[in-house]
Design a protein. Structure first.
Length: 56
Protein backbone atom coordinates (compact mmCIF):
# COMPACT_ATOMS: atom_id res chain seq x y z
CA UNK A 1 0.00 0.00 0.00
CA UNK A 2 1.17 3.49 -0.66
CA UNK A 3 1.24 6.22 1.97
CA UNK A 4 -1.61 8.04 0.24
CA UNK A 5 -3.97 5.06 0.30
CA UNK A 6 -3.13 4.30 3.95
CA UNK A 7 -3.96 7.90 4.88
CA UNK A 8 -7.36 7.64 3.18
CA UNK A 9 -8.18 4.40 4.98
CA UNK A 10 -7.27 5.89 8.36
CA UNK A 11 -9.70 8.74 7.72
CA UNK A 12 -12.43 6.33 6.70
CA UNK A 13 -11.97 4.35 9.90
CA UNK A 14 -12.40 7.51 11.95
CA UNK A 15 -15.48 8.47 9.97
CA UNK A 16 -16.96 5.01 10.46
CA UNK A 17 -16.44 5.26 14.23
CA UNK A 18 -18.11 8.68 14.22
CA UNK A 19 -21.14 7.37 12.32
CA UNK A 20 -21.36 4.36 14.63
CA UNK A 21 -21.19 6.58 17.70
CA UNK A 22 -23.91 8.86 16.35
CA UNK A 23 -26.11 5.86 15.59
CA UNK A 24 -25.63 4.52 19.13
CA UNK A 25 -26.52 7.90 20.64
CA UNK A 26 -29.62 8.18 18.46
CA UNK A 27 -30.69 4.64 19.45
CA UNK A 28 -30.18 5.49 23.12
CA UNK A 29 -32.30 8.63 22.76
CA UNK A 30 -35.14 6.67 21.13
CA UNK A 31 -34.90 3.99 23.81
CA UNK A 32 -35.08 6.58 26.58
CA UNK A 33 -38.15 8.16 24.97
CA UNK A 34 -39.86 4.76 24.79
CA UNK A 35 -38.99 3.84 28.38
CA UNK A 36 -40.25 7.20 29.67
CA UNK A 37 -43.62 6.80 27.93
CA UNK A 38 -46.60 6.17 30.20
CA UNK A 39 -47.49 2.66 29.05
CA UNK A 40 -43.96 1.29 29.27
CA UNK A 41 -43.31 3.05 32.57
CA UNK A 42 -46.40 1.51 34.17
CA UNK A 43 -45.56 -1.93 32.77
CA UNK A 44 -42.02 -1.77 34.15
CA UNK A 45 -43.33 -0.57 37.51
CA UNK A 46 -45.76 -3.49 37.65
CA UNK A 47 -42.98 -5.96 36.82
CA UNK A 48 -40.68 -4.53 39.48
CA UNK A 49 -43.43 -4.51 42.13
CA UNK A 50 -44.34 -8.10 41.25
CA UNK A 51 -40.70 -9.19 41.53
CA UNK A 52 -40.29 -7.45 44.88
CA UNK A 53 -43.47 -8.95 46.31
CA UNK A 54 -42.36 -12.48 45.34
CA UNK A 55 -38.98 -11.94 46.99
CA UNK A 56 -40.53 -10.95 50.31
Amino acid sequence: MTAVSRGREAGMTTAEYAVGTLAAVAFAAVLMAVVKSGAVKSALTAIIQSALSVAS
